[in-house]
Write a protein that binds this ligand. Structure first.
Ligand SMILES: Nc1nc2c(ncn2[C@@H]2O[C@H](COP(=O)(O)OP(=O)(O)OP(=O)(O)O)[C@@H](O)[C@H]2O)c(=O)[nH]1
Ligand SMILES: [Mg+2]
Length: 305
């Protein structure tokens, strides 16, 4: 290492920022965009993210530790109550809170309840008006005025997480708002999640994209074997479903659905690991897994509900 790299920069800034908002607002898309790599799965379906996922943005003058969270909604099942609790907890453990709003949807009454609560939390708040690529500019103005009036202490920032418009400016804005601090993560680390977790999420993303209606919400994926062979990485994963009749639906006629999930997941996993992958998928029933504490814990959900 050169002397330059060993000399701490006294003006370096670093801190944690939680990404909160309703399901589908674009939190995971923003995380991936700012980190510059896909570490969180994203789908057009709400309630995609189930865990908190940390992504690290490294810049010359600072470091952002972004915490992606499950979408905030009026949760029904135990799993979903745990997801919401995870997100609200994240808001208490960071230096700054970002709340994403889908501008094509506008600000709902529920958004306002959440924003009212977050402004009372005492942390600096950025309201991100996401998906600006989906609306004409003049339509943004009433939203900006309404939010500006109701939350004068918040910073309002329009952007498109998908297209990237405004992304780099946001990084600069956030770095300047964080406390002076040495880097929290080493320069080569972009996330805190394991490869096993990333692999299980890739499989779940394909299930979310391929399965219809409510079915994606009743599946969970657990990687049981992950071994680096000489030629290829061998992975075996279980897809848990909550009901007997779901099993057949996940497998499909002649195994067609599962084959499709497996092929698409394998392609992404090979890209992630940069080597050939053998992927084996099993479908197992665990009645009501999304209500059962021990399986939820086994699948990596904290019991807070
Ligand atoms: N047009 C447009 N679409 C976007 C933008 N940001 C996200 N999306 C899309 O919105 C959908 C939801 O994005 P996600 O990033 O999964 O949303 P999320 O907030 O993480 O959702 P949950 O994990 O369910 O809470 C996906 O289809 C994204 O491609 C944007 O700036 N513009
Ligand atoms: Mg998400």
């Amino acid at each position: 290492m050169s002397d330059l790299m060993n000399t701490p920069n006294p003006d370096f800034r670093a801190g944690a920022i939680a990404l909160l908002g309703r399901p589908n607002a674009g939190k995971s898309t923003l995380l991936n965009r700012l980190v510059g790599q896909k570490i969180a799965i994203t789908t057009p379906k709400p309630q995609t993210t189930r865990n908190r996922i940390t992504g690290v943005v490294h810049r010359e003058g600072g470091q952002l530790v972004l915490v992606d969270t499950p979408g905030l909604h009026k949760a029904q099942s135990r799993l979903h109550r745990m997801m919401v609790a995870t997100a609200m907890r994240a808001a208490e453990e960071v230096d700054l809170v970002a709340f994403l709003v889908d501008v094509a949807q506008g600000v709902s009454e529920y958004d306002k309840v959440l924003l009212d609560r977050l402004t009372k939390g005492g942390r600096p708040l950025t309201i991100l008006l996401n998906k600006v690529d989906r609306v004409a500019k003049p339509k943004l103005l009433p939203l900006l005025l309404e939010l500006g009036k109701r939350y004068p202490q918040a910073t309002l920032y329009p952007l498109s997480a998908l297209k990237g418009d405004g992304a780099e400016g946001l990084v600069d804005l956030w770095i300047s708002a964080l406390p002076k601090s040495p880097p929290i993560f080493p320069e080569d680390q972009i996330t805190d999640v394991t490869l096993r977790f990333l692999v299980s999420e890739i499989v779940r993303e394909k299930l979310f994209l391929i399965l219809q209606e409510e079915l994606p919400y009743s599946v969970a994926v657990e990687v049981e074997k992950f071994s680096e062979g000489a030629e290829r990485t061998e992975i075996s994963a279980t897809i848990w479903v909550a009901k007997d009749n779901h099993k057949g639906m996940v497998i499909g006629k002649g195994g067609a659905v599962l084959k499709d999930v497996g092929a698409k997941a394998r392609a992404d996993i090979e890209e992630l690991l940069e080597r050939p992958v053998f992927l084996e998928l099993w479908v197992k029933v665990h009645a009501g897994w999304d209500e059962r504490g021990h399986l939820l814990a086994q699948l990596g959900f904290m019991d807070g509900a």
